[in-house]
Ligand binder design. Structure first.
Ligand code: CP
Ligand code: NVA
Length: 307
């Protein structure tokens, strides 16, 4: 019996598997845009568990499953027994007997790991406090579409040492690019996976200009992630000077792209002139959540398909 594959962190995939998914996402995107129907998952069900808010993640998974011929079902913490304390192990056993794949957005990575350990079917991390691997699949797909291979390139992260930047770091090591990160003091990125991130893939400072210099892609995120709302005011003060502005973009390479996973706050972490400007690819990035995840779902459920 082949082992059930999950996508709980970016590093759960090999570099070769990532490249396959990026390629396959472009194939599926072309087919979708041309109106071709591709429905390899008739009768298959995805259960989606959301313990945090979402627009893109919910819609991209639900639309993606429908397009693949399957169905996606929404469960939230409050209205399900998850919110009343049913053990995650039991939830996993039950859900994986009635559905063919599970997606979960929650707080602790530990919960996702426990869910997967007790599931018969693939589990996808749709965001935890620690990681957001589906977003980085979409972001790199977007980079590839606009600029080609990301190997050897430099990505500047300006802002919080959070789930997004931690996932970028895993991707940098796996795919051979460099992450230059600038965080305010006290909000530095902490590495959780015990990996050794050498200077060829990671440079950290507290200075946005240092991070942006020579970058091929500049990216940021909200100052206050979901689950940290109580820190919002302190963060607003600590992140003063960390807005991605046109001046900051000018320190990057002339053809640098700007990305933001969204939702965005114009005038806080990014100036309107940047997110709505010519270097921004945020709408392609958002759309690519769906195409990248369709390729991921196909790979986890059906294995490698090359047609
Ligand atoms: N980027 C992202 O994950 O968006 P949602 O929170 O809307 O799902
Ligand atoms: N870092 C953000 C990403 C939102 C998509 C959060 O966790 O809220």
């Amino acid at each position: 019996m082949t082992k059930t594959r999950h996508f709980l962190q970016f590093s759960d995939l090999t570099a070769e598997e990532c490249q396959h998914i990026f390629h396959r996402a472009q194939v599926l995107k072309r087919r979708h845009v041309s109106g071709e129907l591709y429905r390899p998952l008739p009768g298959k069900v995805m259960t989606m568990i959301f313990e945090k808010n979402s627009t893109r993640t919910r819609v991209s998974f639900e639309a993606g499953m429908s397009q693949l011929g399957g169905h996606a079902m929404f469960l939230d913490g409050k209205s399900s027994q998850i919110g009343r304390g049913e053990p995650v192990e039991d939830t996993a056993r039950v859900l994986s007997r009635m559905s063919d794949i599970i997606m979960i957005r929650t707080f602790e990575q530990n919960m996702v790991e426990t869910l997967a350990a007790n599931s018969r079917v693939p589990v996808i991390n749709g965001l935890t406090n620690e990681y957001h691997p589906c977003q980085i699949l979409a972001d790199i797909l977007t980079y590839i579409e606009h600029r080609g291979d990301i190997r050897g390139k430099t990505v500047a992260w300006i802002g919080d040492g959070n789930n997004m930047s931690r996932t970028w770091l895993q991707a940098a090591k796996l795919l051979g690019f460099k992450l230059q990160i600038a965080t305010p003091v006290g909000y530095e990125l902490t590495v959780l996976d015990g990996q050794d991130y050498g200077a060829d893939c990671f440079a950290a400072s507290n200075d946005p200009m240092t991070a942006a210099r020579g970058a091929d892609l500049v990216t940021t995120d909200v100052f206050t992630s979901m689950g940290y709302e109580g820190e919002a005011e302190a963060r607003r003060q600590a992140f003063d000077g960390f807005m991605v502005t046109s001046e900051l973009m000018a320190a990057a390479n002339p053809d640098a792209l700007f990305m933001h996973c969204l939702p965005a706050h114009r005038g806080e972490e990014v100036a309107a002139a940047v997110i709505d400007g010519p270097q921004s690819v945020v709408w392609d990035e958002a759309e690519n959540r769906m195409h990248a995840q369709k390729a991921l779902i196909e790979y986890l459920m059906l294995g490698r398909i090359d047609d």
